[in-house]
Design a protein around this ligand. Structure first.
Ligand SMILES: Nc1ncnc2c1ncn2[C@@H]1O[C@H](COP(=O)(O)OP(=O)(O)O)[C@@H](O)[C@H]1O
Ligand SMILES: [Mg+2]
Length: 367
């Protein structure tokens, strides 16, 4: 599966975009501020219903435009069309899938698996567990679709239990209802996450070895509560301390991926460049596992690759990418930084974002 057409209106500084990316590898060049990141942002909103730049989507709507419309077509038999529209005056997104209105966001996300590699993604190791949990759950969701149900029910149970903890006097029969619900779905989430992780780990180790050998690096899944005990027991026994803290301290909502080097947190010992390569290996391994388990391919959005990796590792990264069956959109200020990297059999599409005099940019095929 790959994107065969993109048509965007009212997105940031970009004049109407109509792009037919016929290649797997698509390079987008342009000077600073021309709109390269905005183009990737548009693809991200189309596939995820949210931006990686802002929490408030209205900021992505072109100044003075009443709305933004993003449309995409994916290869397949039959082809799949997706659409997202956001009016400036309304909070809700209008979503369309295969021409149908009123679809759920999860359906869009499921249709178009995306992986983003940008400077923020490189903070995956040092940032809070929520980013790593999102990374983990992306994998579980795309491989095991019923995970979403367990995830939603768990989130709801945590919310209700926290509300009861904060209300003051605990009524055991009331809180027990939500603890049972949380335990049931939380244990399920853990089972699914563990199953996914045991498949992911060897793929990650292999990918890391090809990118940068770090034999002492270890990746572990931490489920969010004591390994030896059932979640129901943990919840029951921690009511008092949870009440003092005002929230549920243990459970699947606290799961994490722990990345260590010789038992120390990797972020404390690895250089910045090494951290970027570990994150790159994590992201590439996600796509590789998706390909091998579901025969589906994710779409990589890679922002300013030359600025993030040195030329040797850039070469290795691109080799790994082209060995996969995935499609990639890669931006760069200088297109020459990504010349000569690709195998002669790899089709590379080139695009250029050109600024016009009025602060508006046009996306043009290049070369
Ligand atoms: N809502 C908006 N409407 C119009 N222009 C915008 C809007 N938001 C940002 N811009 C402008 O769009 C340009 C896009 O920048 P960006 O996509 O980050 O470029 P690049 O990644 O090529 O450096 C910037 O010059 C910015 O000022
Ligand atoms: Mg940019």
């Amino acid at each position: 599966m790959s994107v065969t057409r993109l048509s965007f209106q009212g997105l940031r500084n970009l004049a109407s975009v109509d792009m037919c990316p016929s290649s797997r590898i698509n390079l987008i060049s342009g000077v600073n501020g021309s709109g390269k990141t905005s183009l990737l942002e548009g693809i991200h909103i189309l596939g995820m219903g949210r931006s990686f730049r802002t929490r408030q989507l209205r900021h992505a709507i072109q100044a003075d435009a009443p709305y933004m419309t993003l449309y995409g077509r994916l290869s397949g038999d039959p082809e799949i069309t997706l659409g997202v529209r956001r009016m400036r005056a309304q909070r809700e997104l209008e979503l369309r899938l295969r021409g149908e209105k009123g679809v759920r966001l999860a359906e869009l996300v499921e249709t178009m698996p995306l992986q983003l590699i940008n400077p923020d993604a490189f903070r995956l190791l040092e940032g809070s567990p929520s980013g790593r949990r999102e990374f983990l759950d992306w994998g579980v969701f795309h491989v095991k679709h019923f995970f979403l149900d367990a995830w939603k029910r768990t989130r709801r149970a945590v919310k209700h239990r926290n509300a009861l903890l904060r209300r003051g006097r605990i009524v055991p029969s009331e809180i027990a209802v939500w603890e049972q619900e949380l335990a049931t779905w939380g244990e399920q989430m853990d089972t699914l996450r563990q199953a996914w992780f045991s498949e992911f780990l060897p793929v990650f180790n292999e990918t890391l070895k090809e990118l940068i050998p770090l034999p002492d690096l270890s990746l572990q899944y931490a489920r969010g509560w004591d390994k030896q005990r059932s979640l129901i027991d943990v919840l029951h026994d921690s009511r008092q301390t949870d009440q003092q803290m005002g929230f549920t301290q243990q459970g699947p909502q606290r799961a994490d991926l722990r990345i260590k080097l010789n038992k120390q947190p990797a972020v404390e010992v690895l250089s910045r460049g090494q951290q970027k390569l570990v994150v790159s290996a994590l992201k590439l391994a996600q796509g590789r596992l998706l390909e091998s388990t579901t025969q589906r391919h994710c779409i990589y959005l890679i922002d300013d690759l030359p600025a993030e990796l040195d030329s040797t590792h850039r070469g290795k990264f691109c080799n790994l990418l082209e060995k996969m069956q995935c499609q990639a959109f890669i931006t760069s200020v200088e297109p020459s930084a990504l010349h000569g990297i690709w195998d002669s059999s790899t089709e590379v599409g080139m695009f250029h974002v050109k600024q016009s005099g009025h602060g508006v940019s046009h996306l043009l095929p290049d070369g």
